[in-house]
Write a protein that binds this ligand. Structure first.
Ligand code: FE2
Length: 230
């Protein structure tokens, strides 16, 4: 996954508490991936101000807190502190999920001049027609599920690797799609947290959902689909 290109390695030297011998362990930490376009490049669908805050503040915060949780987990494991290990699971799921989801989300968007909003050609287009009837029907369904999602979360177009069927799913908070099924691969995720639209669309989430399709990068989703269903 492209995320790996943003992985930095930090070497932690620690002694085993059992006193057997010292050893060197490597802990992977993560850094904010660059956006593949300028902050203002998705306007008027999504304002540059939203994109900048979303990327530099929100995504960065998930990464910072994920790294912190991983370091704490590392220490807790070394100390054999099972309570601390268990306690860290929700922070890891939330912040690690936030990092996964936003890394996908940025690639799911692209400026209009670079193909944003152009319907998918090739096999993904056929699969959408087969599974949902038409592209319009898929958009309508994702918009309806995204608008109905209570609180914060994501609406996904995913591929079930086993059945090779496309699915629409929602996840709460920062749960990644894989929490809805181990065989599910995200092709397209739409962030329906208020931080993704409030500055521009206020409380009208359906308008944000209506406009985001103008900057969806179907080419990228099509490549992901092609990889799983050659
Ligand atoms: Fe977000």
């Amino acid at each position: 996954m492209a995320l790996l290109s943003h992985v930095t390695r930090k070497t932690l030297t620690e002694s085993l508490r059992l006193g057997l011998k010292s050893h060197v362990r490597e802990l992977q930490t993560f850094t904010l991936p660059d956006l593949p376009y300028e902050y203002g490049a998705l306007e008027p669908a999504i304002s540059g101000e939203i994109m900048q805050l979303h990327h530099q503040k929100h995504h960065q915060t998930y990464i910072t807190n994920y790294n912190k949780a991983l370091e704490q987990l590392d220490q807790a494991i070394n100390k054999g502190d099972t309570s601390a290990v268990v306690k860290l699971q929700s922070a890891i799921k939330f912040n690690g999920g936030g990092h996964i989801n936003h890394s996908i989300f940025w690639k799911n968007l692209t400026p209009v001049g670079e193909g944003g909003g152009e319907p998918p050609h090739g096999s993904l287009g056929w699969a959408i027609d087969t599974n949902f009837g038409s592209m319009e029907a898929l958009i309508q369904r994702m918009n309806a599920e995204g608008a109905a999602l209570q609180g914060s979360g994501w609406v996904w177009l995913g591929l079930d690797k086993e059945s090779k069927k496309l699915v629409v799913e929602t996840t709460a908070n920062q749960d990644p799609l894989v929490t809805k099924g181990l065989s599910l691969v995200p092709l397209l995720g739409i962030d329906v947290w208020e931080h993704a639209y409030y500055l521009q669309y206020k409380n009208v989430r359906p308008d944000y959902l209506k406009n985001i399709w103008k900057v969806i990068n179907w080419k990228y989703a099509g490549e992901l689909y092609q990889k799983e269903c050659p």
